[in-house]
Design a protein around this ligand. Structure first.
Ligand SMILES: [Zn+2]
Ligand SMILES: [Zn+2]
Length: 456
């Protein structure tokens, strides 16, 4: 009889957001499970275990991205479930939640099962489906949310569009509450953003591009929070771009009180923390985003909101598009950028290096918080945490490794990354799902880092 597979991590800085421990120690994986953790000590590892020396590296739960676009079905020229999940694993993500704005839209139980089947065949990062709340995301008729939840949808969203009708929004929140699923809103009042291409202000004026005011986001956020005040659904505002939205969310959470504040949440994305609308100068379609990049004031407000816990979920909004599509003129090019393979370094730059939050908090916002938002522990015990007996989804991070973002080297099918060529620090070097290695950095490609070596 062969011995069970075992991985013995030694000398890692182990960060667990659930127990809030952050200490050097050892961790043992046997098959798909965390067998033991020794903070400040040693685990009793079997002789045949693969030893992974981790000096200088952070060992944490596998990263979870609650907001990606995998484009399959219908957009396979941009990305597939296979390439998207391989891209995720290369960025340190063991789990992604995919948005329903595919073609056809993910608005039936059958479509949820289709994605789950493709994800199982891809055998890379886990995929959970965020189902459409309305049929074809048109905002007119409720999707069969109960059967979709039963099939595996972990949350609902019409991402790509906000739900325009207040009446429909109220019904969606009622159904989400009854199903115990989060609703994730793409806050965009289309009557305010209509035709908009860049943030309302001097850049839009100078470039002669239609303006997209902050109000388009803030008005919908305020409306939703008001509606939800009576309904108490789990409400989540995606990709916040406006400093005003951060203030609105802060006040709403304060009104709910400390024990209820977690019922509403907001999400940040790397580009809204690192780029302003100035990046659109020269009609750079690489910086064309929905919601649009805004100003340094907005960045400052969003960072304050992350620092004080108002915004407590981080995502990528990984949105692949082909080179041909992004090569069109500014008005007709699609919105969005890819992010899975550089998000960790970009969040390190925007939040840790800038002193907004520390590593343990960053880990929490990239693991436990998205797991809680989507109720993922109902599906996989211990996901988003380091729990003895729980699933061995792990990411090993070299926080000091300097590297240059090269979109050409991405596993994603697309290249639309405005950070191409940027020097950054911090990289996932080993990504493990249920004890299986999904991604391991090639040591030959990174000769300057010698912290992690594999023995026996
Ligand atoms: Zn969106
Ligand atoms: Zn999105």
């Amino acid at each position: 009889m062969s011995s069970p597979r075992a991985l013995h991590f030694r000398g890692a800085r182990i960060i667990d957001p659930l127990s809030q421990r952050d200490e050097t120690g050892e961790l043992l994986v046997v098959n798909d499970t965390i067998q033991s953790i020794a903070f400040g000590g040693r685990v009793d590892a079997p002789k045949h275990a693969e030893v992974i020396e981790c000096a200088g590296a952070i060992l944490c739960p596998g990263l979870i991205d609650p907001h990606v676009h995998l484009r399959e079905p219908g957009g396979e020229a941009k990305e597939t479930i296979l390439t998207g999940t391989q891209s995720a694993a290369a960025g340190g993500f063991t789990t992604v939640c995919c948005m329903p704005n595919t073609s056809p839209c993910l608005d039936t139980a059958m479509s949820v099962r289709f994605v789950e089947g493709r994800a199982a065949a891809a055998a890379s990062a886990r995929v959970f489906v965020v189902g459409a709340a309305t049929v074809s995301r048109k905002g007119e008729q409720l999707a069969p949310m109960a059967s979709m939840a039963h099939a595996g949808a972990v949350a609902f969203s019409d991402d790509g569009d906000g739900i325009a009708s207040a009446g429909m929004m109220r019904r969606v929140l009622e159904v989400c509450r009854s199903l115990d699923r989060a609703f994730m809103q793409h806050c965009q009042d289309a009557s305010l953003s209509e035709g908009g291409l860049v943030n309302e202000g001097s850049v839009a004026t100078r470039l002669g591009l239609a303006p997209w005011p902050r109000d388009a986001e803030e008005v919908m956020l305020e409306r939703d929070l008001r509606l939800n005040g009576r309904l108490d659904a789990r409400y989540h505002a995606q990709h916040l771009s406006s400093g005003g939205s951060a203030r609105i969310l802060r006040e709403a959470r304060a009104r709910l009180g400390a024990d209820r504040a977690h019922r509403i949440s907001g999400e940040a994305s790397p580009h809204h923390l690192l780029l302003t609308c100035d990046a659109c100068e020269g009609y750079n379609t690489g910086a064309k985003m929905n919601p649009p990049l805004r100003t340094q004031w907005d960045i400052n407000e969003l960072k304050l909101a992350i620092a004080d816990g108002t915004i407590d979920v981080l995502a990528t909004d990984h949105a692949p598009h082909t080179i041909a599509e992004k090569s069109r003129d500014f008005a007709s090019a699609p919105f969005g950028i890819i992010g899975l393979e550089c998000a960790l370094a970009l969040y390190t730059k925007a939040l840790v290096e800038d002193g907004v939050i520390d590593w343990p908090r960053l880990v929490c916002l990239l693991t436990l918080q998205p797991a809680r938002l989507c109720g993922l522990d109902r599906r996989v015990a211990g996901i988003g945490t380091l729990t003895v007996g729980g699933v061995a989804d792990l990411t090993l991070i070299d926080p000091q490794q300097k590297w240059t973002i090269r979109a050409d080297a991405f596993k994603s099918k697309s290249r639309n990354c405005p950070f191409d060529g940027l020097s950054v620090r911090g990289k996932a070097i080993l990504t493990i799902r249920a004890g299986e290695v999904l991604f391991r950095e090639d040591p030959v490609a990174q000769p300057q880092r010698a912290a992690v070596a594999t023995g026996s």
